[in-house]
Design a protein around this ligand. Structure first.
Ligand SMILES: [Zn+2]
Ligand SMILES: [Zn+2]
Length: 179
């Protein structure tokens, strides 16, 4: 069931309120170049009140997403819970851009849920707190493998500290040769 709330009943009387609950399916989201899939519809519940001039809507939402780890690139599940309160009006107010506009006697929550979901997406999400990520030299997954790239690099850096080698390195690079 898509979340389109019929407000014809509460529009008749100021102060009236109704509760709603439903599941809103959303398409995949492209966010910062990454495709984010929803592992099911967004579950939403809340209430909507006619305050006279406006409708005020409170909602609690829960979504399950398939994200990719920013360190090791593996996919992982993430459950997001978020709440929001919005004000709605039939006519927009240029002085107050936070007011959402609805048409007729129905409030369609799809775009509103998507907007608040985007705000909740983690910036650089990780599959786990202590994900070791990929080796910057050979690209292996350091969570499952232990390569020796880091040791090798440290060994080479130590050798470069040797002043004779450093002088040689300088002389060679002055001749335009590869070191
Ligand atoms: Zn990871
Ligand atoms: Zn490596």
């Amino acid at each position: 069931m898509e979340l389109v709330i019929d407000v014809s009943d509460i529009l008749k009387q100021k102060g009236s309120c109704k509760e709603f609950r439903g599941s809103q399916p959303l398409e995949d989201i492209i966010y910062q170049g990454e495709r984010i899939s929803l592992l099911g519809p967004v579950e939403v519940s809340g209430d909507i009140t006619n305050t006279g001039k406006l409708l005020v809507l409170n909602a609690d939402a829960a979504a399950k997403l398939l994200l990719h780890c920013s360190r090791c690139t593996k996919p992982y599940d993430k459950e997001l819970k978020f709440s929001f309160t919005i004000r709605l009006s039939k006519i927009g107010d240029p002085e107050d851009p936070d007011i959402f506009v609805y048409e007729g006697e129905e409030v369609d929550l799809k775009d509103i849920i998507l907007e608040f979901l985007l705000l909740e997406l983690p910036m650089r999400g990780q599959c786990s707190e202590d994900c070791k990520g990929l080796c910057p030299y050979c690209g292996c997954d350091l969570n499952v493998e232990q390569c020796h790239c880091q040791e090798r690099v440290e060994y080479q850096e130590e050798r470069v500290v040797d002043p004779r080698l450093l002088a040689l390195k300088k002389a060679l690079s002055a001749n335009g040769e590869e070191v």
